[in-house]
Design a protein around this ligand. Structure first.
Ligand code: NAD
Length: 263
């Protein structure tokens, strides 16, 4: 038996992203904002992508104030023709993108019998098509430059557990879980890892009002075994694991971070 004497690394070194370039879609709010801060705090040069670039300036300033590096690019993930330009801008700022966080997403609540074709397309177009086309562009570039990389798709616990009025969203996120496996399989030979994070209820500015109501509180008590909402920081460790060398042999997987919701 051959015993490899592999050098021991500290946790800091293992999760370090110094010199890497990470692009985060939908970075102007909520989880995307936090993901960008976490990646920057761990050494990555972060490309903040959103439809409204002006909303990214304060995030860029906050990252720079903490000693990190960030650049802003315009990107609507449903506009296929705009995707290459966003990657060109990212490369011009910091060089090739090594890490993609496919975070942009939305939900339209409607019972399926009442759902319009337009709303269905809006959800699938953003949450599934957007993840595919941005991921495809990233992978083509990571493959062509020979560096490989890590793609982290933000799916949802609802990929595994449906809820009334969220059918389109659940279908799109379940699609992301399966797409993550398919991408992981096909991109592995280009040294590109593809994984997903499936958050449960995470408190952000768009849902905090609802969760503060009696109905919201009851929902947490009834459905979340850990009996609390997730905080954006509850995703930090999973994000860093999948983005960094710490996750070097992990691909095609979806990690549920939900306090037990899907159980
Ligand atoms: P959010 O609304 O604050 O963030 C979503 C971001 O995506 C916004 O900045 C929005 O502008 C952006 N976006 C939407 N459509 C876009 C488009 N076409 N092009 C570019 N950007 C676009 O909500 P969030 O909670 O921070 O959600 C982030 C991701 O996490 C989403 O994919 C969401 O489905 C997922 N998620 C969130 C939760 C939660 O509880 N907060 C749970 C599970 C999954």
């Amino acid at each position: 038996m051959v015993i490899k004497n592999t050098a021991m690394k500290s946790a800091n070194a293992l999760f370090d992203l110094t010199g890497r370039t990470a692009l985060v879609t939908g970075a102007s709010s909520g989880l995307g904002w936090r993901f960008a801060e976490v990646l920057a705090a761990n050494g990555a040069n972060v490309v903040l992508a959103a439809r409204r670039v002006e909303r990214l300036e304060s995030l860029k300033a906050a990252i720079e104030q903490s000693g990190g590096r960030a650049a802003c690019v315009a990107l609507d993930v449903t506009d296929q023709s705009a995707i290459p330009a966003a990657f060109d801008a990212a490369e011009a700022a910091f060089g090739p993108v090594d890490i993609l966080i496919n975070n942009a997403g939305l939900a339209v609540e409607a019972m399926l019998m009442d759902m319009s074709a337009e709303d269905w397309r809006k959800v699938l177009g953003t949450d599934l098509d957007g993840v595919f086309f941005v991921g495809q562009e990233a992978a083509r570039r990571m493959s062509a430059n020979g560096n490989g990389g890590s793609i982290v798709n933000i799916a949802s616990a609802i990929a595994f557990k449906v809820g009334k009025t969220l059918g389109a969203y659940a279908a799109a996120k379940a699609g992301v879980v399966q797409l993550t496996k398919a991408m992981g399989l096909e991109f592995a030979s280009s040294n590109i890892r593809v994984n997903a994070i499936c958050p449960g209820y995470i408190e952000t500015e768009i849902n905090s009002d609802f969760f503060a109501t009696e109905r919201g509180q009851q929902m947490i008590q009834r459905t979340v075994p850990m009996k609390r909402l997730g905080d954006t920081q509850d995703l930090d460790g999973t994000l860093l694991l999948l983005a960094s060398e710490a996750g070097a042999f992990i691909t095609g997987t979806s990690i549920i971070v939900d306090g037990g919701l899907v159980l």
